[in-house]
Design a protein around this ligand. Structure first.
Ligand code: DP6
Length: 376
């Protein structure tokens, strides 16, 4: 279904119109799509441009997503659970415009080309097909956190892109569907649509693999204190990493136990039980990295400084601080702690010469529309 993106060809509009007639895995979706086309027509007939801006937070997973049962649709091998990160966000404006003859993507005021543009354009293809749009889009995105700060930006980026693209089309989709569509752009983006503490379901069908909130941000004042030990770009990105997971003998065992770990984690959050949370969060992170290290070829994201901090965190917890660690596909260490202990953790990390920088984020809300302008 996907077409090579960034191609400015005129044939592409024709292709997009064609995809509208066939991109419908079932009749229900097709009907909805038809309704949206009609609804869009009503809204859009006199207009040449439709624009909206959305904001979404990145998230940190407590039970990780690593490996897909379907790579093209980003249907994960196992369910996952995360917390949105307040104060950090991607802000994305989508303008669907008759005047454009190709998609345009700017990130932090820089015009993007190559694979970044292609990935955005492929996601726009999915939105066009679902929303019944046969126009190209200008996408302008800004992150308020630097790349290389140990925070994956794709989750916030694709959540914001999905919501802005949908709102700009004058279509209102429910949170569940927005989450499933965001997942097509980046798996973890599914978890940046709902608010607070979020669970993402693993399933065989596109419609069934979405994320939902299990508790709002004010349910539990947790803080992610991020110890930045490396600013360098990761050698192997998540998308490639997910493909390599199945080459590890350990992935089967990791996946087999994921539902149970998720249930324990979910319960710990609902009961605000930090002892139980710490145990399952660290164990799940270790399992994912064990899979990474035993994949063929192996992926080593930990650095000596990461291991040192993991050791310190366990020591601080034994001494009474409510803190635990988790690491994504990178060397930086996310120290999850209760708010009352966040200052102590930040100061302790700041005293380590291996730590280049410390960033903190509380529990964030879901993706929101911040501007919806009716066009000129
Ligand atoms: C290690 O969602 O970044 O952070 O679907 O290819 O965009 P793509 O991957 P991505 O993978 C995130 C992996 C992780 C664990 C997690 O966030 O659950």
């Amino acid at each position: 279904m996907m077409i090579s993106s960034g191609s400015g060809c005129k044939d592409r509009i024709q292709y997009l119109k064609w995809t509208l007639t066939i991109f419908a895995p079932n009749k229900a979706l097709f009907k909805l799509q038809e309704q949206n086309i009609v609804r869009n027509r009503k809204v859009t007939m006199p207009m040449t441009q439709q624009r909206a801006t959305a904001r979404a937070h990145p998230n940190i997973a407590f039970v990780k997503y690593w490996g897909n049962r379907n790579h093209a649709l980003r249907l994960p091998s196992s369910p996952s659970l995360s917390m949105n990160l307040a104060g950090l966000h991607a802000e994305t404006t989508v303008t669907w415009a008759d005047e454009l003859d190709e998609d345009i993507f700017t990130l932090n005021d820089q015009r993007m080309t190559g694979e970044s543009l292609s990935r955005v354009s492929r996601h726009l293809d999915a939105l066009r097909a679902r929303l019944g749009i046969a126009k190209f889009a200008a996408v302008e995105s800004h992150n308020n956190f630097p790349t290389g700060a140990g925070i994956a930006s794709s989750a916030a980026a694709f959540a914001a892109l999905t919501l802005a693209g949908t709102a700009a089309a004058g279509v209102s989709l429910d949170e569940r569907e927005l989450s499933a569509i965001a997942r097509l752009g980046s798996g973890s983006a599914a978890r940046s649509i709902p608010s607070g503490f979020v669970q993402w379901h693993a399933a065989d069908q596109h419609e069934q693999s979405y994320a939902e909130s299990i508790a709002p941000p004010d349910h539990w004042a947790l803080v992610d204190v991020i110890a930045v030990v490396s600013q360098s770009h990761k050698a192997v990105g998540s998308t490639e990493g997910h493909r390599s997971a199945e080459t590890s003998d350990l992935q089967g065992a990791r996946v087999a136990g994921a539902a149970e770990r998720l249930a324990i984690c979910r319960q710990a959050i609902l009961e605000r039980d930090f002892t139980s949370l710490a145990e399952v969060v660290e164990h799940d992170s270790n399992l994912m990295h064990a899979v990474m290290m035993t994949s063929r070829p192996p992926l080593f994201y930990w650095q000596p400084a990461s291991l040192l901090i993991m050791e310190k965190v366990r020591q601080w917890r034994a001494e009474g601080l409510r803190v635990c660690y988790t690491l994504d596909a990178g060397a930086n260490v996310h120290c999850i702690c209760v708010k009352d202990d966040a200052d102590a953790v930040t100061q302790a990390l700041g005293r380590l010469s291996e730590v280049q920088e410390v960033r903190t984020a509380g529990v964030g809300g879901g993706a929101v529309i911040i501007e919806h302008s009716l066009p000129t």
